[in-house]
Design a protein around this ligand. Structure first.
Ligand SMILES: Nc1ncnc2c1ncn2[C@@H]1O[C@H](COP(=O)(O)OP(=O)(O)OP(=O)(O)O)[C@@H](O)[C@H]1O
Length: 361
């Protein structure tokens, strides 16, 4: 038995001999938003299409509330799976009014239908638009109609494929928030596909990070961001700096001091990975930097290449004296040192990730 609303077990899908979804297992809990997050082409939409029943897996099973709905032999028809769908093009019927769009496919008594449609239009703030047609609405309004239509039959699971991608950037966050509020109010279990980390962080209770057809890491947004499984997982959420070294006696020596690498054999090549906001910058004092500290280790000197104001923060690029590499640091607000200025960098040790260098395949 499982308490998951939706469960995928060992799903595989091949196209022309190429496996695009590989042994994928995932649970979506009731009332939660799970985001399938990954770069373009990693197999997110294929996974969603299999769950929706518009494509078939080559192996694996799908369960809804612990009941099998699909394996490679048995198949509950898509319309009987209690699954709502919402895709990026909204696909509203152009010849139907807003209320007809929302009520479309709602197989209940006429008066119940009118109540449900009214209630949903009220919740998405479009009651006064109920007699309008899709072409009379803005992109954001159409998105809300599509959401109301998908929720009308009270699906126990909602599948959303990049549902905000066609919207104006300035509107997106507001629409994401109001969509999330409504989904939570309806108690629907949501599986949302996106390639945007910001969207996943904003919407998800749980993120499943996907790469090359597989889920490489799953957890709460905080954990995925702060404890990535590898460099690519870290780099998916922000720019990262990488400093390489070799393990000797469970330590790796770098220009920023020594880092512990317990359990890694001597000679292992490792990468110290750190996000730009976790570097500390200090001034040059006649060729000397700040004193080493247990928290920040040893400082290393670099020369400012450029500094740009980004709005909430400034981005400063340094060419490091030790190997001429470039490291990037972000600083809150305005910090724009002149190119050519020598400065000292330190790494906030508790924010460093140490990973073995991936072998080249
Ligand atoms: N019907 C199909 N026939 C052949 N190849 C396909 C088919 N559908 C998808 N693919 C391939 O499978 C891979 C995964 O595609 P999918 O659409 O699932 O990726 P995605 O992660 O959703 O990407 P995007 O974010 O760009 O939509 C891609 O390489 C794609 O070209």
């Amino acid at each position: 038995m499982t308490d998951a609303r939706l469960e995928l077990r060992n799903i595989c899908r091949r196209f022309g001999g190429r496996e695009v979804v590989s042994d994928l297992s995932l649970k979506v809990m009731p009332g939660q938003v799970t985001c399938l997050l990954g770069p373009s082409g990693c197999g997110k939409s294929t996974t969603l299409r299999i769950i929706a029943g518009v494509d078939m897996q080559d192996a694996g099973e799908i369960y809804v509330d612990g009941n099998l709905v699909c394996d490679t032999v048995f198949r509950v028809p898509p319309e009987q799976r209690s699954i709502g769908l919402m895709f990026q093009d909204f696909a509203l019927f152009p010849h139907l009014s807003v209320q007809e769009n929302v009520g479309f496919g709602l197989k209940v008594h006429k008066s119940d239908k009118a109540n449900r449609v009214d209630d949903l239009l009220d919740k998405v703030g479009l009651k006064h638009f109920k007699d309008k047609y899709p072409h009379e609405l803005s992109g954001g309004e159409q998105q809300r109609v599509a959401l109301a239509r998908a929720l009308a039959p009270k699906p126990s699971i909602m599948l959303m494929d990049e549902p905000f991608s066609g919207l104006d950037d300035r509107l997106k966050d507001d629409i994401r928030d109001s969509t999330l509020d409504l989904l939570k109010e309806e108690g629907t279990a949501v599986l949302l596909v996106t390639h945007e980390p910001h969207e996943a962080m904003r919407m998800a209770d749980e993120i499943a990070l996907m790469r090359d057809g597989r889920i490489v890491q799953q957890g709460a947004p905080y954990n995925i961001y702060n404890a990535p499984v590898d460099r690519k997982a870290a780099a998916f959420f922000s720019d990262v700096n990488v400093i390489r070294g070799t393990v000797e006696g469970a330590l790796v020596s770098t220009p920023f001091g020594e880092f512990l690498c317990p359990g890694r054999p001597d000679g292992t090549e490792v990468e110290i990975v750190i996000r730009p906001q976790h570097l500390r910058i200090d001034f040059d004092r006649d060729g000397r930097g700040p004193h080493p500290t247990p928290q920040d280790g040893t400082p290393a000197r670099g020369v400012v290449q450029r500094a740009r104001f980004m709005g909430r923060e400034s981005l400063v690029e340094f060419r490091m004296d030790f190997d001429n590499s470039i490291l990037r640091a972000t600083v809150p607000s305005v910090f724009l040192p002149k190119p050519g200025t020598p400065m000292w960098l330190m790494l906030r040790r508790e924010r460093c990730f140490v990973f073995p260098v991936p072998s080249k395949v």
